[in-house]
Design a protein around this ligand. Structure first.
Ligand code: NAP
Length: 450
């Protein structure tokens, strides 16, 4: 019997964990609730960030290695329980990420037109059977948007909303998304940071891209760059913030562009306090803020209304619990030490965690490699110590078959991959993402048609 490890989630952390296990001569079954692999690389990284998205080519090569199988369209916790995985495999590594959004907790947040960036990103990346707000119906009525939060996801959203048709033409977005974005009458996108530019969490490369768009000009308010003592102090130790401030100061000096179709208005020291409108978003209420000498955020009592048709909150992702797995609901992660899942103070034998659900939604894709390799080191140490019981996964495969579940395997994924490239080539694009589960499954089935 060849013992196997189960990896739950085929995003970067899952694929890096699988690869690290294969390199040790172990065999791996990778489960994903979606019919296609690569998680956030496919459904998080902005489609116009072609070089970051090309990480999937590296991840894709892992499927060619001996000893790995894919079980797509299988949801752990619904189609198969964590207990079945625990008894069916020598170890289980959970890498299912952080798929929900954080909320603002302000009045009016549930009005139509107040949306989560996670939904907008799912829509524009073609998440299977996307069921969030109907952007195809909403965007044709939107001329002014506020994006709340100043992290890299917020910058992605602003950029996608501000790019021209030509700038998006080579992406793999579904056709209807490209058409909706092309026709949307957006004229103004306001990026709202509750603290100052020094505290923003976007990175300089991403910030700079906003200043290089074909049809959009960036506006920065001079007084936002008059740094208080606390921020000056932080700047000395933070190279990214220092470079960001340099870029923003350059933009203040730049002459305004007369040819721009759209403006990107960057506002710092503004916190959202309410969203207003009779039956959909009409205004975002902001309070001007400042930092105390200890760096604490406080309101100034000065308020301002922004007339907007859409509010996108981009204030971070949030991890969700999995049935029968311990969860730290304060930090929205699975409690662990070095990737070993903890039940109270005791490690849960044979259950491990890696990626965003281990450490929270931070870091670049590469951060997940180190994180996954660290978890695999714990699995290897526990094997060495004789703490794990070998099992070859056959009981789980049998249970799925008994339940009539036909997973998407590597051959199915290869068929989907080829079809997406074919759809793309017909439009002069590298790929067009297929966004219907039924269609993905039908294409996958062709790999096994006799
Ligand atoms: P993030 O970097 O944590 O940014 C969240 C932003 O939301 C912060 O500016 C935060 O401000 C703000 N915020 C939180 N609560 C708020 C509230 N109640 N009101 C107003 N603002 C609030 O998260 P993210 O942008 O979702 O990104 C997640 C991770 O993915 C990050 O590590 C990011 O770098 C990475 N990512 C990378 C790329 C890339 O490399 N191109 C692209 C996308 C994402 P405070 O700081 O004041 O809390």
């Amino acid at each position: 019997m060849t013992s196997k490890i189960a990896v739950v989630g085929s995003g970067p952390s899952g694929m890096y964990a699988a690869d690290a296990l294969l390199q040790q001569g172990l065999e791996v079954d990778v489960f994903d609730k979606l019919p296609v692999p690569f998680g956030l690389v496919r459904y998080g990284v902005a489609p116009d960030h072609v070089s970051i998205r090309s990480v999937r080519d590296t991840l894709d090569q892992v499927w060619d290695k001996p000893g790995i199988r894919f079980f797509g369209n299988v949801e752990v916790g619904r189609d198969i329980s964590i207990e079945e995985l625990r008894s069916g495999y020598e170890a289980v590594i959970l890498t299912y990420g952080a798929s929900s959004d954080r909320r603002l907790g302000i009045e009016g947040e549930d009005l139509a037109g107040s949306v989560a960036a996670t939904d907008f990103v799912a829509w524009y990346t073609g998440y299977p059977d996307y069921s969030g707000p109907d952007f195809d119906a909403q965007l044709p009525k939107v001329s002014s948007v506020a994006v709340i939060g100043v992290g890299n996801v917020a910058v992605d959203v602003v950029r996608v909303l501000s790019k021209s048709e030509d700038e998006l033409a080579q992406t793999d977005m579904p056709r209807h998304v490209l058409d909706t974005l092309r026709d949307a009458p957006i004229r103004r996108v306001v990026l709202v940071g509750r603290r100052g530019p020094v505290q923003a969490s976007f990175t300089t490369k991403e910030l700079k891209e906003l200043g290089e768009l074909a049809e959009a000009s960036v506006e920065v308010r001079g007084p936002d760059l008059d740094l208080d003592e606390w921020s000056e102090g932080q700047l000395a130790d933070n190279k990214v913030a220092s470079r960001n401030v340099g870029v923003l100061r350059e933009w203040i000096e730049r002459p305004a562009r007369q040819d721009a179709e759209r403006s990107i208005d960057m506002r710092f020291f503004s916190r959202p306090v309410g969203i207003d409108g009779s039956d959909c978003v009409e205004r975002l209420k902001l309070e001007r803020t400042r930092l105390t000498s200890e760096g604490r955020l406080e309101g100034t009592g000065e308020f301002e209304d922004l007339d907007v048709d859409l509010v996108v909150r981009s204030v971070g992702y949030r991890g969700e619990p999995m049935p029968d797995v311990p969860f730290d609901s304060g930090n929205n992660v699975i409690p662990n030490v070095d990737g070993r899942v903890l039940d109270g103070d005791t490690a849960l034998t044979g259950v491990y965690v890696a990626g965003w659900i281990k450490r929270g939604p931070t870091g670049i894709i590469g951060t997940n490699k180190k994180c996954a390799v660290g978890t695999v080191a714990s699995v290897l140490a526990d094997r060495e110590a004789g703490l794990l019981t070998p099992a070859d996964g056959s009981a789980v495969v049998g249970s799925l078959a008994d339940r009539g579940i036909v997973p998407v395997d590597v051959a199915g994924w290869r068929a989907i991959d080829a079809k997406e490239k074919e759809h793309g080539a017909a439009q002069g694009r590298p790929r067009e993402t297929v966004s219907s589960t039924a269609e993905l499954l039908a294409i996958s089935a062709t790999a096994h048609a006799t």
